[in-house]
Design a protein around this ligand. Structure first.
Ligand code: SF4
Length: 672
């Protein structure tokens, strides 16, 4: 028997980007464990990925090309050869281009893998050459980045591992223990050295239960709380005047703006006690270093970008960026992007842009003229709002749909052609992280199963079938990656499995200014935003689809759709780990349940104008009255909460307003 160990890196849409080691016996992977040498993940994976090999060798894997034989959505396919499937795609795409033009082809890819080569790389060239519509926007991350941009002019954030040096840790709208679990030991290290941990979240999450202090504002009111914190910082002179003078502009206008945002006013908006806001602001103003950690949950609102715009002002007022263990961290992905070179896959020319969150409209509005859809690295029928419209679009007989997948997802069931995709241990890649500052190499550990291919190979085969001769399609994956990482010691990265990004040791990105704005100063007042027609100052705007909006009379409950599952990773594991999770369910506060005559476990109908679901009730004290929660990511029409969620775009940044959703709920018995 031949036994080898192979270094790899987790590819999932998760900030932790853990290193792993695969044990292979006679060509079969028999064990996958965390790499104990990895400086951030330190030998631990997570409950989803600990069982990754079950996924690799699952009997439901799609291992051959499939061509649809039955009605769309029924999952009736026959096995096809690669040549046959490629011929069909070539013929149908050719017909679409001849009849409607290239823009009638819509690509839709997400973060099913975050590897540099396998996520979004050769597809740029393939769809660019076809003149297809161009996918823009993002389900997650884009709005947060765009929210910070007007203030900072840069996407650089503090090193998350520096949280260990903090004396005050503010986990704002992030369920760290669940979705960023490898940061938790660094937070515990800070706490062992005397730090306080504060969680600010509309849900009492498992992270909130572990905190020293939990603040629970009403959903969507965080910006009002931040304005009041700034009011107190200015009123009580918890300011770093030297930092403000040297490195910021617009302090006077900001002072004027927050003058009316007293703790009393914010308390009313946020549903908090005045004293709690005073105490919170005083803690932020006086305890140093104070580290703010946030992720992406707060961007999923009509005013999503404003959360990050306003939060970003806090460490500027206190000069917190000067301290190791201070500042703010949302994503550090920009550091690896700065050492990457994407010129091999850049394609010029104008293409129509379609926001990936508008898929329902794109597929159902005849004016959009979409006649072919290409999906990879994602399951949009489950992960995108307006799921009812997406399903109606996918049912269109005149829509030619191609999906590259490992399993027959809800989306893949509607495909005309399914191509079999490899898993991470069957492919080569480099995974840059947005949660730490190490690059991760992923060596192929086993040969692809069946006839599955890497995304790079899919694009190569499709490009050849369509007659494209760009030299980039001739490079193998290692060559592609070496060319895309010109300043990186790839040999060392391959040998270790991880490598600190050069120049990121001991970074304090804004200790001495260094902002990316035109004048090099942080913009508390933003001319850029004013030029785009937005409020140039941080400001609180209630959601249109919110408790103060016109729909609230009919739909008085705010619906949140959090990640609650230990074993789900977005929609990736939802089918095969479903039996290990409880749910799906609708979670209600006892007061809301009592008002509606709902008891634990009762079937409850939850609805709004977009659709309805019937789910068992779970009554808990995690939510405030007026708020319900349905965990997202369950497969199946009967459990897909994105039938209900709000597809309104975020104020800027190209995201979408999942959490500004209003519903009503009632027992099914009552309605009958
Ligand atoms: S999903 Fe996240 S926490 Fe789990 S192994 Fe992958 S990177 Fe690590």
């Amino acid at each position: 028997m031949t036994t080898t160990t192979v270094l790899g890196t987790c590819h999932h849409d998760c900030p932790d980007t853990c290193g792993w080691v695969v044990t292979v016996e006679d060509g079969k992977a028999v064990k996958l464990r965390g790499n104990p040498d990895h400086p951030y993940s330190r030998g631990e994976l997570c409950p989803k990925v600990n069982r990754f090999l079950e996924r690799v060798y699952h009997p439901d894997r799609v291992l051959h090309p499939l061509i649809r034989t039955g009605p769309k959505g029924t999952g009736e396919f026959r096995r096809a050869t690669w040549d046959e499937a490629l011929d069909l795609v070539k013929t149908r795409l050719g017909q679409v281009i001849d009849t409607h033009g290239g823009q009638a082809i819509l690509p839709w890819g997400d973060a099913g893998t975050q590897g540099l080569a396998q996520m979004a790389f050769l597809d740029n060239v393939f769809f660019g050459r076809l003149g297809a519509s161009k996918q823009v926007g993002s389900l997650c991350g884009g709005t947060a980045s765009a929210g910070f941009a007007p203030t900072y002019g840069s996407r650089r954030n503090a090193d998350p591992m520096d949280v260990r040096h903090a004396k005050l840790v503010m986990l704002w709208a992030t369920n760290t223990f669940l979705t960023n679990r490898h940061l938790w030991p660094f937070i515990e290290e800070a706490r062992a050295n005397g730090a306080q941990v504060v969680v600010i979240d509309p849900i009492r999450t498992m992270t909130a239960d572990k905190a020293d202090w939990f603040i629970q504002p009403l959903p969507g009111t965080d910006v009002a709380l931040m304005l009041a914190v700034m009011h107190v910082l200015i009123r009580d002179d918890h300011l770093d005047h030297d930092y403000l003078t040297r490195y910021t502009t617009g302090f006077d206008q900001l002072t004027e703006r927050v003058a009316s945002w007293t703790p009393e006013r914010a308390a009313e908006v946020c549903g908090l006690e005045i004293e709690e806001i005073e105490r919170f602001a005083a803690a932020y103003g006086t305890i140093k270093p104070a580290f703010i950690r946030t992720l992406i949950g707060a961007e999923h609102r009509e005013q999503g970008a404003s959360f990050y715009r306003t939060l970003g002002c806090l460490p500027l007022l206190t000069g917190s960026w000067k301290h190791r263990g201070g500042g703010l961290s949302r994503s550090v992905g920009i550091y690896w992007e700065e050492v990457a070179d994407f010129s091999d896959v850049e394609v010029g020319g104008q293409r129509r842009e379609v926001n990936m969150n508008d898929l329902g409209v794109a597929l159902t509005d005849p004016a959009m003229g979409v006649h072919a859809l290409f999906v990879w690295n994602g399951n949009p029928l489950v992960s995108v709002p307006n799921a009812g419209a997406i399903r109606r679009g996918l049912e269109r007989e005149d829509l030619f749909t191609v999906v590259s997948e490992q399993f027959l997802t809800d989306t893949a069931l509607y495909a005309d052609v399914v191509f079999p995709a490899t898993t991470q241990i069957e492919q080569t890649d480099m995974v840059g992280s947005w949660g730490h500052l190490y690059l991760g190499w992923n060596h192929r550990a086993i040969e692809p199963l069946g006839e599955a291919v890497l995304n790079t190979e899919l694009w190569r085969r499709l490009a050849r079938a369509m007659g494209m001769d760009d030299p980039v399609f001739d490079h193998d994956d290692e060559t592609l990656l070496r060319r895309a990482l010109p300043g990186v010691d790839v040999d060392l990265l391959m040998k270790q499995g991880y490598l600190r990004i050069e120049g990121t040791e001991d970074i304090l990105p804004y200790a001495d200014g260094g902002f990316g704005t035109a004048d090099g100063k942080a913009a508390l007042y933003s001319d850029d935003l004013a030029g785009l027609g937005h409020d140039p100052l941080p400001g609180y705007v209630p959601s249109v689809e919110g408790p103060a909006g016109p729909l609230a009379e009919r739909y008085p409950l705010v619906l949140l759709t959090p990640k609650n599952h230990i074993r789900f990773l977005n929609t990736t594991y939802s089918k095969h780990h479903a039996e290990r999770e409880q749910g799906p369910y609708v979670e209600l506060d006892p007061a809301d349940a009592e008002a509606r005559g709902v008891a634990e476990g009762d079937p409850v109908r939850v609805w709004n104008d977009r659709g309805e679901l019937t789910l068992p009730a779970r009554i808990s004290n995690r939510l405030r009255p007026g708020v319900v929660a349905i965990p997202w990511a369950w497969w199946g029409e009967e459990a897909n909460v994105n039938i209900l969620t709000n597809p309104t775009p975020t104020n800027w940044g190209g995201g979408v307003s999942y959490f500004d959703t209003l519903v009503e709920a009632a027992p099914t018995s009552y309605l009958r």
